[in-house]
Design a protein around this ligand. Structure first.
Ligand code: ATP
Ligand code: MG
Length: 143
């Protein structure tokens, strides 16, 4: 069984922000997947979606599920990340005041993705955009 779904995410649309990650969670729940994997994938989808909304200038998340695992491919053509190592540090954020007023900007999204995934890969180019691929294994012990 292989399932692929693509979700488009608009920049700055806080009305719809969270919809894609909720749909991803609902899709995973409809499949025979361990609750802990669903929980971790939903966290990563949500943090990725919010980063696309706030920092990425809009983009897509593609969900792929097969018997061996779950993949979230997060893509945008936004400004890119200047220093990826810095961006993954807890507390680092360039979120605007208007985002902080809504409760975002703790600088915990990328660290949460790192913690909640089994494996991830990020490629970001200034002025070109950011690609983040996040993996979760099924049917094995996750560490
Ligand atoms: N898709 C992206 N495009 C450009 N910059 C990004 C992107 N995602 C993250 N960043 C940069 O990395 C920083 C850290 O991201 P992270 O998700 O950890 O924190 P945050 O979004 O600022 O706050 P929080 O997620 O806790 O609300 C961001 O503030 C931003 O500078
Ligand atoms: Mg974030």
């Amino acid at each position: 069984m292989t399932l692929t779904k693509e979700y488009r995410i608009k920049a700055g649309d806080f009305e719809k922000a969270g919809d894609a990650s909720l749909q991803i969670k609902t899709t995973l729940k409809s499949l025979d997947i361990y609750p802990d994997i669903i929980r971790r994938a939903a966290i990563c989808a949500y943090e990725s979606e919010m980063n696309i909304v706030m920092h990425g200038g809009g983009g897509t998340i593609t969900l792929t599920v097969d018997d061996s695992g779950i993949v979230l491919e997060v893509r945008d053509e936004g400004p890119g990340i200047e220093d990826v190592n810095l961006a993954f540090q807890e507390g680092y954020s360039t979120a605007l005041m208007e985002h902080r007023e809504m409760g975002f900007g703790a600088g915990m999204g990328l660290p949460n993705i790192k913690k909640s995934s089994d494996f991830y890969e990020i490629n970001s180019k200034l002025g070109k955009g950011t690609n983040l691929t996040i993996f979760f294994w099924q049917n094995r012990e996750s560490g």
